[in-house]
Design a protein around this ligand. Structure first.
Ligand code: F6R
Length: 241
């Protein structure tokens, strides 16, 4: 596991550079987390793309998760996040963008179809991941089986509370269920770039990287992956000393 601890002002630059270094040329497959932490990294990629410094228009993008009940046009959906912050700015055409179908009438079938889609694809070259304040990875909440695959999950109260900021501060508006790639699914990526910023992640990050590999801290499964890079700011790293 490689670790880089950075000052906050260079977090996005360092993360974008690490990501690009891990992508093969041609048509790479990029696994993307959503949420607050990687937003500035995607903005940095978009800037580099506008300046003509990178060309990811041939990439395929695969999301980690989606809320059940939100359609792709809902601005709070991860489909909208991936489209507006990643695919559109980087010029990636929509057939190359894959997000679980949150508004499916049959979310269980949609989850299985997404797992199948990932299994049939060439494989994720670099998976960008974040960590929840409760140690979740994607929406694999504490207690998720380490060998889990894509499925419908119940979101924890902690996660719904943490994500209320994307729903106008109203926790009651945060969906109760999501479709998430499982821990085994995520583990099939060739490399993983884990991003952690802010003191709210400090305990979870320390438990994930230094504690036992255990379903109680789903992100601890990353200890078993052969190619993980962690980029953390000083606040997120503060419990590691
Ligand atoms: C989102 C995802 C989540 C987030 C995590 C951290 O696609 O998979 O695991 O990465 O909840 O979210 P932020 O960055 O908003 O703190």
């Amino acid at each position: 596991m490689k670790v880089t601890v950075v000052d906050d002002d260079i977090f996005a630059t360092i993360a974008a550079t690490a990501l690009l270094a891990g992508l093969p040329s041609g048509g790479p497959t990029l696994g993307v987390a959503t949420g607050g932490t990687p937003m500035r990294v995607y903005a940095e990629l978009a800037s580099r793309s506008r300046r003509g410094e990178v060309d990811l228009s041939g990439a395929t993008v695969v999301a980690l998760d989606e809320y059940v009940g939100l359609d792709a046009d809902d601005p709070r959906s991860y489909a909208a996040y991936v489209r507006t912050r990643i695919a559109d700015p980087l010029g990636i055409p929509s057939p190359n963008v894959h997000v679980p179908q949150g508004d499916s009438a049959d979310p269980v079938a949609a989850a299985e179809a997404f797992e199948q889609q990932i299994a049939e694809a060439a494989g994720v070259d670099v998976q960008i991941a974040g960590i929840g304040s409760n140690g979740h990875l994607a929406f694999n909440e504490p207690g998720s089986a380490l060998d889990s695959t894509t499925r419908v999950v119940e979101l924890s109260e902690q996660t719904r509370h943490d994500n209320a900021r994307f729903f106008g501060g109203r926790v009651e508006d945060v969906p109760r269920r999501a479709i998430t790639q499982g821990l085994a699914t995520i583990g099939r990526a060739r490399s993983i770039l884990l991003l952690a910023a802010g003191s709210a992640k400090a305990d979870a990050l320390a438990a994930a990287l230094c504690g036992p590999v255990d379903a109680a801290v789903p992100a601890s499964v990353l200890q078993r992956h052969a190619d993980v890079t962690v980029i953390a700011d000083r606040a997120a790293w503060s419990r590691m000393a």
